[in-house]
Design a protein around this ligand. Structure first.
Ligand SMILES: [Fe+2]
Length: 252
């Protein structure tokens, strides 16, 4: 069982050698081509120490290995033996949201989706502004007047979010950008917005490195961690679908 495998992986192999965790796909395909209920913790797109000193190896060991891994194990237990076993992760998020009356598995499914998206939103040597000639920078300036104003508003959204949650840069169906805050496991894909970027502002994301100084963490995220390359790729993939009014959920 994936949950059993995942648990043993977390406790015995993860901290020593995370590459031993099988994470190529988030769901194993059965012999008749029907997805089983087994989700796996997806690999990080970098080594555990790649984001130091801005995000420590210890933070990633706990945040990715324990918290994110825990959501995976819990989701597998929750949907085992139910009709939800046949759904992929995005489908679980959307069906679990249930038009604002979330089903039991929504929080774990949402947290897995959000964390996969968050890890991809960062890279070694990231941060600063998007490239001068990028379409994303042009769009940010058109929507927020300047990159500096965007940056301040993004950080303010993170500072003012009460409790646990996420701050997103999303592309809406009218092709405008918006900074959104969501609480707990909520994600903008349930409203058909297309996320381009996200920062995790749950305490487990920053407490080991920044303790209660969430504003410092948000500044480090924008100055040294954010991957504008991935955000630009997400924008380019989304544009065609936004233009014809059929937003899709990006994989990145
Ligand atoms: Fe998190």
């Amino acid at each position: 069982m994936a949950a059993t495998f995942a648990s043993s992986c977390f406790t015995s192999n993860l901290l020593q050698n995370p590459s031993k965790c099988v994470t190529i796909s988030r769901r194993r395909i059965g012999s008749v081509g029907v997805p089983t209920a087994e989700f796996h913790l997806r690999d990080l797109p970098y080594e555990l120490d790649a984001l130091e000193p801005h995000m420590s190896k210890k933070t990633l060991e706990f945040h990715w290995g324990k918290h994110h891994g825990g959501y995976v194990a819990n989701l597998n237990k929750q949907i085992a033996g139910t009709d939800a076993e046949r759904l992929n992760l995005s489908e679980l998020v959307l069906s679990g949201y249930n038009n604002g009356n979330p089903l039991s598995y929504f929080n774990n499914a949402g947290q897995i989706w959000n964390h996969d998206f968050f890890w991809m939103s960062m890279c070694q040597g990231g941060g600063g502004a998007p490239p001068e000639d990028s379409e994303l920078l042009d769009l940010i300036v058109r929507n927020f007047e300047s990159f500096e104003q965007f940056s301040e508003r993004f950080k303010e959204a993170g500072r003012s979010l009460f409790g646990s949650g996420w701050v997103w840069l999303v592309l809406k169906k009218d092709a405008k950008l918006e900074i959104m805050k969501t609480s707990n496991a909520l994600t903008p894909i349930v409203w058909n917005h297309i996320p381009l970027l996200v920062v995790d502002v749950w305490e487990h994301a920053y407490y080991l490195d920044y303790q209660n100084k969430r504003p410092d963490y948000l500044t480090e995220f924008l100055d040294n961690l954010v991957s504008w390359k991935v955000a630009e790729e997400r924008l380019q993939r989304a544009k065609a679908f936004v233009n014809i009014g059929e937003p899709v959920i990006p994989d990145l």
